[in-house]
Design a protein around this ligand. Structure first.
Ligand code: FES
Length: 173
């Protein structure tokens, strides 16, 4: 064909995605070495994606579907069924604010309002700088310290809105 250069550039375009998803092939090889086959590989591959990115990017889910020859809807079905998987990026620190009854009567809503003002995001979102993801949870199991928030693995109890800015600053790294 006269357009050999075009063929060459097309070849480069095909190779780049293959390199991008090489880690998935490595995960397939690892799981296959342990005897897993076919759809049994789906969860190990999703774990590999999340291990690499901290969440499940859409293009990697499409690659998983292609590698396993399963419908993309099946991949999303499994990804959304298990709580361990996330479809959106998370921040470096995860804030969990309690919406349980004990915290509610001790002023949890004021804490949520203060968090929203400090972070500039709504629950379920991540700050634009990627520092915090904010989630609401039913009860953190520390009702005696109400109102409570948790940042990563640390509890912050009997909290007032005035204390929040100082606490958030300690997670600036
Ligand atoms: S109600 Fe908030 S920790 Fe239990």
């Amino acid at each position: 064909m006269a357009n050999g250069a075009q063929d060459g550039s097309r070849l480069v375009q095909v190779q780049a995605p293959a390199q991008r998803f090489a880690y998935l092939q490595a995960a397939v090889d690892d799981a296959a070495a342990e005897g897993q086959r076919g759809e049994e590989l789906l969860i190990p591959l999703l774990q590999a994606v999340q291990g690499k990115f901290g969440y499940l990017p859409a293009e990697d889910l499409a690659a998983v579907a292609e590698i396993l020859h399963v419908p993309l809807s099946r991949v999303y079905g499994v990804a959304t069924f298990y709580n361990q998987f996330r479809l959106t990026p998370v921040g470096k620190h995860i804030i969990r604010s309690c919406t349980g009854t004990a915290c509610h009567v001790k002023g949890a809503q004021m804490l949520r309002d203060a968090l929203q003002a400090e972070l500039g995001i709504a629950p379920g979102q991540t700050t634009p700088d990627g520092r915090f993801t904010w989630e609401l949870v039913a009860c953190l199991g520390a009702c005696g310290m109400a109102p409570v928030i948790m940042i990563d693995d640390e509890f912050h109890g009997r909290l007032t809105p005035q204390q929040l800015p100082r606490i958030l600053r300690t997670y600036s790294a």
